[in-house]
Ligand binder design. Structure first.
Ligand code: 3HC
Length: 310
């Protein structure tokens, strides 16, 4: 049963009003936004690692410059999102502590290895494609700072997806060996990309409440279906075969029927036991430790400077 304050808040949400940081909000609304926005920010920061591995190995200077720009964009997206989360009363240090201790999650997709240059194409095409599918609705999120950050971030994401698809087109029009690389990358990234949308609706603990608060606009399965319907024709265009024997066009539904992701694998990956979890988290902890002297120096300077001006 809602108390009058919660009822008034729900009225604002139902009228499509934006909630700003200083306004009253139910503790649960604040908590779930801190959870989702901070984990979204962690995803952007950790998401730089799989691609960073290929910046020095890019096949041409142009591809190197494009990949560098994309990875830098991801860093910026992370910083925007940390700022949006801070407006809800959590500090940057607390968020980093939650990530480094393994208590906070980041997108499952970044716990898979990037084994060939074709993976950089598959990541742009599929991972950023899925991220766009998931982030476009978030532009309409009821919490002001998150929705505004998403509007800015979505503008850059379309470049990320197009450059990835361009790499895949190049490979698919290339030699036999290049076509094989592209097919191999699709086979390794297809199912993990479907898992990015989260567990099946029946297993989604937050969806119902997040949709009532207009944080989430569509369910996990709805977005997953949209992603499959949009991406399969692109794979056909590339003459690549999607690794799903159950994939079939369903005329009545006007959508593709497709198989079940391996949910055991998904839950293993999001509880820290994926192929690269240790490596990814280790890289973030090392970066944090290696940067301690810079943070301490800046803080000492700021204290000294503050003394001078007070
Ligand atoms: N990876 C890791 N954890 C996931 C996950 C995934 N792909 N999908 C779901 N989970 C977790 C949830 O966080 C939740 O755990 P928690 O309570 O500890 O946070 C649990 O699984 C149950 O899932 P729910 O469906 O109940 O959770 P949500 O309602 O939060 O839905 C979500 C999950 C769709 C990922 C939602 O949180 C969301 O939209 N997040 C913001 C968008 C985001 O993070 N996208 C990642 C894209 S990667 C990226 O942005 C980089 C890009 O530029 C390449």
């Amino acid at each position: 049963e809602m108390d009058p304050q919660e009822r008034a808040f729900q009225g604002r949400i139902d009228r499509g009003e934006k909630i700003e940081p200083k306004e009253w909000m139910p503790e649960g609304y604040r908590k779930t936004l801190i959870r989702q926005i901070s984990q979204h920010a962690h995803s952007e920061i950790v998401g730089q690692l799989p691609e960073g591995n290929w910046i020095t190995r890019a096949p041409t200077l142009e591809r190197k410059a494009i990949l560098l720009a994309k990875v830098q964009d991801e860093a910026g997206h992370g910083l925007y999102l940390y700022c949006a989360a801070e407006t809800l009363g959590i500090s940057r240090d607390e968020m980093f502590e939650q990530l480094h201790s393994g208590r906070a999650k980041y997108s499952s997709i970044f716990n898979y290895p990037t084994l060939s240059w074709a993976d950089i194409g598959a990541i742009g095409w599929l991972v950023d494609g899925a991220a766009i599918m998931n982030q476009v609705p978030l532009q309409r999120c009821s919490f002001g700072p998150y929705s505004r950050a998403m509007i800015r971030i979505c503008k850059e994401e379309s470049f990320h997806q197009r450059q990835g698809f361009d790499i895949m087109m190049k490979l698919c029009k290339g030699t036999e060996a290049q076509q094989k690389m592209a097919q191999d990358a699709l086979e390794r990234w297809w199912w993990p990309s479907l898992m990015m949308f989260g567990p099946a609706d029946g297993d989604s603990v937050h969806s119902a409440q997040s949709m009532a608060w207009k944080i989430k606009q569509d369910t996990n399965d709805e977005l997953r279906q949209k992603f499959v319907d949009q991406t399969v024709p692109q794979a056909d265009f590339l003459d690549l075969k999607v690794p799903d024997p159950d994939l079939k066009w369903n005329q009545e539904r006007g959508s593709y029927d497709f198989g079940e992701p391996d949910w055991d694998e998904f839950f293993q990956v999001i509880s820290g036991n994926g192929p690269c979890n240790e490596e990814r988290l280790g890289a973030r902890v090392k970066a944090w430790d290696d940067g301690a002297w810079v943070r301490e120096g800046l803080m000492a300077h700021a204290r000294k400077h503050a003394r001078r001006t007070t």
